[in-house]
Ligand binder design. Structure first.
Ligand code: ADP
Ligand code: MG
Length: 344
């Protein structure tokens, strides 16, 4: 008997796997305006409005390490992770649902802390917690969040709308969360066998905050609306600039030129990278978890975008045939490659 073919997940990569699993599904309802393939699904809500829905899962040992991740911060960060995808559609997050898998090793007080952080983020961001689910877990703490937002139909921004010559814009700075994680991992290693560990974080508080307690960029979506700017494409930076830029290129069928020296990197990020003999640009390109927004706007919007403040123009959209390139200060082109999944 012929053996059944076995394909390793790594052969397909994350996005190849999602494509393979979902390709047979077609939409049956006219209310499903957009299904798989963007930061969130878009559902008709009537009166010219849509609902925007997205789910994220955080797993102990994969997405967080409880030896250094305070549960209060984890609760806060979970809300940021969930609503970032809603904001990336240029929608306003309104509700979240949270499903928990709890292991017996956690006392109730630990879950109280988790929910204190969650409550704080919900108050700060104006979000209602409207339900969830609770079950036991054999594999550590699991947190699954569904976020729901609302937008005017014509204001929704997809990954697929970038046009030739559009400006590529970025909020905040990149690579800080990744360096924060490296700092925590370093101190964990160094202090493993120390009785009363006192980790050294002086001078790097911003990096820890960006990793442990990142704030969702709701302010950016509000400012875009105030300035009357509807980006042509947008994505939240969760996987690193390289991967997320390539998602826009893939969806918009375009190329991109990003100028390396224009990528915003915070002082603390560069300082720690130097101390750890790492490259801060690599942290920005592949680190991920920045939870900033990457968006494109027509060239004519440049002045308006600059007026917003805290936005950097890092490049422009090119033809699909030229691919996505990173331009180094000496003028040479490096092909942009995403880590974490296989390129086609
Ligand atoms: P993000 O990083 O913005 O959260 P993902 O890269 O996780 O988005 O997902 C890309 C798209 O694929 C989204 O539309 C998401 O809803 C969809 N998706 C991811 N995993 C699955 C799955 N297992 N089944 C169906 N759809 C999925
Ligand atoms: Mg996203």
């Amino acid at each position: 008997m012929a053996e059944k073919k076995r394909t390793e997940i790594s052969e397909l990569g994350e996005f190849g796997l999602i494509d393979r699993l979902t390709s047979k599904f077609t939409t049956k309802h006219a209310t499903t305006l957009h299904g798989v393939g963007d930061d969130a699904a878009v559902i008709e809500a009537g009166n010219g409005e849509v609902l925007v829905i997205s789910t994220d899962t955080l797993l102990e040992g994969i997405d967080f390490d409880l030896t250094y991740f305070p549960l209060k911060h984890l609760g806060y960060k979970a809300v940021t992770v969930a609503i970032s995808d809603i904001l990336a559609m240029n929608a306003r997050p309104e509700q979240i649902m949270l499903s928990l898998g709890v292991s017996a090793k956690l006392p109730v007080e630990a879950l109280d802390d988790l929910y204190e952080g969650l409550h704080f983020a919900c108050e700060e961001q104006g979000i209602d917690l409207v339900g969830g689910d609770t079950s036991a877990s054999m594999t550590g703490l699991t947190i699954s969040l569904t976020a729901i937002g609302r937008a005017k139909k014509e204001a929704v921004v997809y990954r697929s709308g970038a046009q030739l010559n559009d400006l590529i814009c970025i909020t905040g700075n990149l690579g800080a969360a990744y360096m924060g994680l490296h700092l925590l991992e370093r101190e964990k290693r160094v202090l493993r066998d120390v009785a009363n560990p006192e980790p050294q974080f002086e001078g790097y508080e911003y990096l820890l905050e960006k990793y442990l307690k990142p704030r969702a960029r709701k302010d950016v979506v509000e400012q875009l609306a105030e300035e009357g700017i509807v980006p042509t494409a947008m994505i939240d930076l969760s996987d690193g600039l390289a991967s997320d830029m390539l998602q826009i290129c893939r969806s918009s069928k375009c190329g991109a030129r990003i100028y390396l020296e224009r990528i915003p990197i915070a002082k603390q990020t560069s300082a720690l990278a130097e101390e750890m003999h790492a490259d801060p640009v690599v942290a920005a390109l592949n680190g991920g978890e920045d939870h900033e927004l990457l968006f494109t706007v027509p060239l004519a919007m440049q002045e308006k975008v600059m007026r917003m403040g805290g936005i950097d123009v890092i490049g422009h959209i090119t033809a699909e045939s030229t691919g996505a390139a990173l331009v180094t200060p000496d003028g040479s082109d490096i092909r942009l490659k995403a880590q974490g999944f296989k390129e086609e």
